[in-house]
Structure formats: structure tokens, C-alpha cells
Design a protein around this ligand. Structure first.
Ligand code: URA
Length: 477
């Protein structure tokens, strides 16, 4: 069955058609999706449910985050994205277990596609550079034009962000497939443009280059990280890219000069609040400790998080698992490892015959650190200072819980527990002993698995389970 949508990002059309297909029980393998006017026009008669006027109106309940996923995945350039979304929808309806399976290959693929689209949208925010064009009589009211080459079909979806951000100026963003213009009243969309339609460098750019030169800190230059954040493919549209090579070449000499200069005064550290654990047994002392953490303001993270997330599990367990920090769902629910990473951990433990309730689970950092992108809270790795500020809570928790051994999930936990940076990939599956005699097994954080290519996942998951087996075996540690 051929189903054709009005255009490549026609989510409303997709929803309508998918609902009708589902109502008629048409399995994903029998549907061919296409968009826009194309060769398929020849077969329009054979088109799908909307064309035959049989759109069903059955109500289909899917998790809210699946709908959000559809909004983003539909913008991906992958031709199979609509087939994937319909397959997922079909499976959500026919396989109730799917929504609880963190390893499902279709779901992982869709999440990765969504991530690629969001990254592309973010890069457009960061790297669209406007240049002024005098297109009218008023010299004080130029049009600002940017040229950008997105990987995905994100222009419409991204336009409201630019409208909010640059509400008071007139601007246009030109891309090869789609252009958008804001006249301070309305957004106007039209077809693609070519790079030559965008204006050349202007005087404002010189000012920007001077600013860029002055904020460039040679001592903090990390070329690899820089290229990761600002991939080379964007460089030809970024005026500051021309400065990178000369500034990088001078960085060694400039940072040498900085080192020779007299040190400036260190930042004042906030005094640690005076807390005394009452002389009571651990079962009462733990809730007391958690209450204290709830009030902690030793680093800025607490300000934005919903709450601090305490550890949970029995006292004197065979194992304590330490993660990095609560994620979005943990922050809302106030419990550690209850989101996708937690599901993966639970699944690995179940494979080893270990019940989650029999181990203690906690985090190196107590508050969720995130960055807001639209309405989404995107995880950000805590800095070493933030983790260090939190480490005394972890130590007090360890002292009260008294686990027989600990599993460090990922680099942040390993550093907090062992006081040094470990190369997790090469030191995973190894035991380390702390000065207090407690043994710590280091392995990956389960979120690292969730970020992998779906085809690498089964093997990576097995390796993760093998690491955990070292700690879960009755004879260990
Ligand atoms: N990741 C963590 O490190 N901890 C959690 O609690 C959840 C996700």
C-alpha cells in the first residue's frame, strides 16, 4: 500500500494516515511511505487510506514521549524514517512490553535519529552567522542574512527559536532546500537558495573577530574538543574559523607567558556547612543524611534541580552501585536509576539473577545537572568541582550503608570513589582498593550503552553484564 504525505515533514499527515492504517490492521511490512509529489503520482489511485477516504477515527494511546519522538524523527533525512515510526507505532499497539524495553533496536534507532536532528538544530543556533544587507531605504534597519547547510529538514522547526531570539531585527536564513524570513510580524518560508545568494563579509564581522581574538584563552585550547563541538564542515561559514589556526599556533607561547605571570587571587570557596551526624544507628542516620543533602547548596546544581536524589537499598548489602548523577526522570521521581539507564542496569542485574532490591544504588552527585533546550532538559556532565563538592555526601553514605564492595558506573563515579581519573574503557572490569580497604569494581555507565549504535549494543551489553558478573559472583570480591 502506497501512502504519500503532502511533504517530507508532514507530521499531521503521517499521524492521520498511520491512525487509519492501524484501524484497518495494515501491518508495517505492507506500507510504502513517500512524501511530496514524485514518480509515485503515477500510482495515486492505489494510494493509502486517506485517498480512499477511509480514515479511521479509532483512538490509539501511545506514550507522550513517543509523540514527541515523532515530531523530531520526521525531520530526519533518512528515507526510512516514516516506515520506522509506523513500525514503532504498530509495535507499541501490539507489543505492550515494548515501552519497557530499553534495548529495543527500533526504539534505539529512532532515539538516535532524534538526537541527530536535535544536534543539527543546536548547531544551527550556534553557527548561523548573520551579515547585514541594505535592502530598503532605512540604513538603520538592515536585513540580517545567514547562510546555513543543515543535515536534516529543520528550518521550519527551528524558525520559532530564531524568531524569539532575534524578535526585533529583520532576518533571513538561507539554506539549500528551504529559506525563512522574519519581518518582525510573521515568518515567511520559501524554497532553497544557493550560497551565492548570501552576502559576503561585512564590517560587523571585524568587530566579532576582534572579540573572538580577545576571549580566546590559549591555556584552555583543546583542539579535539573544539572540533567535536564545532565540526569542520561548519567552518567555511564561520568568520572566526580563519582565526583558529593562527591562534592555535601561538597558544603554546601565550600560555607559557600566562604561567610566568604572577598568580591572581584564588576564588573564595564557600565554607562547608557545619553538620553533625547524630550518634544514632544507620537506619535513622541515613534519612537524616538525606534530609541534610536536600538542603545542600555547596555547588550551584541544587538551584535548578527539582530535588536531591538519595541512594536507596538495604544496609550492609553485598554491593553498592554508584552512578554519576540523577537524570531527568530520577530528578522528578526522587529515586536513583529509574529512567532508561536504570532499566538497563536492572536488566543486566536480572540476567545475573540479582534483584535490584538486594543492592544499594546511589550516585556520586546528588542533583541533576542539565541544559534547557526548548522544553527538554538535556543531561550535562557534572564538573570535577561539582563532583568533589558532593563527594563527602557519598563518603558519609558509604560509611552508614557499609557495603561489602562497590561498583563504580562510569568515570565520574570512579573518580569520586578512587580520587583519580580512570580510563574507564581500558580499566573496566578491574578491582581497585581504596585507602579504607573497600574494593571498587569499575565499569561503564549504562547510559554509554544507550548512546551506541544499535548494532553494537548486544555485544556491549554482554560485556557490561560480564563486568557486573565479576562483582555479583558469590565469591567476589
Ligand atoms: N544516571 C545516573 O548516573 N544515575 C541515575 O540515577 C540515573 C541515570
Amino acid at each position: 500500500m502506497l501512502v504519500r504525505l503532502a511533504d517530507e515533514t508532514d507530521l499531521a499527515g503521517f499521524r492521520r494516515e498511520a491512525r487509519a492504517l492501524l484501524a484497518r490492521g495494515v501491518p508495517p511490512s505492507e506500507v510504502h511511505w513517500s512524501a511530496g509529489a514524485g514518480d509515485e503520482d503515477l500510482f495515486a489511485e492505489a494510494s493509502g487510506p486517506a485517498a480512499t477516504g477511509s480514515a479511521g477515527d479509532g483512538t490509539i494511546r501511545v506514550p507522550a514521549d513517543f509523540l514527541e519522538l515523532c515530531h523530531v524523527v520526521v525531520l530526519h533525512r533518512e528515507p526510512q524514517r516514516l516506515a520506522l515510526l509506523y513500525r514503532l507505532l504498530w509495535r507499541l499497539v501490539h507489543e505492550p512490553g515494548l515501552r519497557h524495553d530499553p534495548l529495543d533496536a527500533d526504539m534505539l534507532l529512532a532515539r538516535q535519529m532524534a538526537q541527530a536532528v536535535r544536534r543539527d538544530m543546536h548547531k544551527m543556533h550556534a553557527f548561523a552567522r548573520f551579515r547585514q544587507v541594505q535592502d530598503g531605504e532605512d540604513a538603520n534597519d538592515p536585513l540580517h542574512v545567514a547562510w546555513f547547510e543543515p543535515d536534516h529538514r529543520i528550518v521550519e522547526a527551528n524558525a520559532p527559536w530564531f524568531r524569539r531570539r532575534f524578535a526585533n531585527m529583520r532576518w533571513a536564513i538561507l539554506t539549500p532546500e528551504r529559506c525563512v524570513e522574519w519581518d518582525r510580524r510573521e515568518l515567511h518560508f520559501r524554497g532553497g537558495a544557493s550560497r551565492g545568494d548570501a552576502p559576503p563579509a561585512d564590517a560587523g564581522e571585524q568587530l566579532w573577530l576582534t572579540y573572538y581574538r580577545s576571549i580566546f584563552n590559549p591555556a584552555r585550547l583543546k583542539l579535539q574538543t573544539m572540533q567535536k563541538e564545532m565540526p569542520r564542515k561548519y567552518w567555511h561559514n564561520l568568520p572566526e574559523a580563519q582565526l583558529i589556526a593562527p591562534l592555535a599556533a601561538q597558544s603554546r607561547e601565550r600560555s607559557g607567558r600566562m604561567i610566568e605571570q604572577a598568580p591572581s587571587a584564588p576564588l573564595r570557596r564557600l565554607p562547608r556547612p557545619v553538620r553533625e551526624l547524630p550518634a544514632i544507628a544507620a537506619p535513622e542516620a541515613l534519612p537524616f543524611l538525606h534530609e541534610q543533602v536536600q538542603r545542600c547548596r555547596e555547588c550551584p546544581l541544587a538551584e535548578h534541580a527539582t530535588q536531591s536524589v538519595p541512594g536507596e537499598g538495604p544496609l550492609r548489602p553485598a554491593l553498592m552501585f554508584v552512578g554519576e548523577q540523577p537524570g531527568d526522570q530520577e530528578d522528578l521521581r526522587g529515586r536513583p536509576f529509574v529512567g532508561p539507564a536504570g532499566q538497563l542496569l536492572e536488566r543486566a542485574l536480572a540476567q545475573l539473577g540479582v534483584d535490584r532490591g538486594s543492592v544499594y544504588i546511589t550516585n556520586a552527585v546528588r542533583h541533576f545537572k542539565f541544559e534547557l533546550r526548548g522544553r527538554r532538559r538535556i543531561h550535562k556532565t557534572p564538573t570535577q568541582q561539582e563532583a568533589a563538592a558532593c563527594s563527602h555526601w557519598l563518603e558519609e553514605e558509604i560509611a552508614l550503608v557499609q557495603p561489602r564492595a562497590i561498583v563504580a558506573l562510569g568515570a565520574t563515579a570512579a573518580r569520586s570513589l578512587l580520587g583519580r581519573t580512570l580510563a574507564v574503557m581500558s580499566e573496566r572490569g578491574e578491582w581497585f582498593e581504596r585507602p579504607d580497604g573497600l574494593r571498587v569494581l569499575v565499569t561503564l555507565h549504562p547510559s554509554a550503552l544507550l548512546r551506541m549504535e544499535p548494532r553494537q549494543l548486544p555485544e556491549a551489553f554482554d560485556a557490561f553484564v560480564r563486568d557486573l558478573a565479576l562483582a555479583c559472583r558469590p565469591s567476589s570480591p
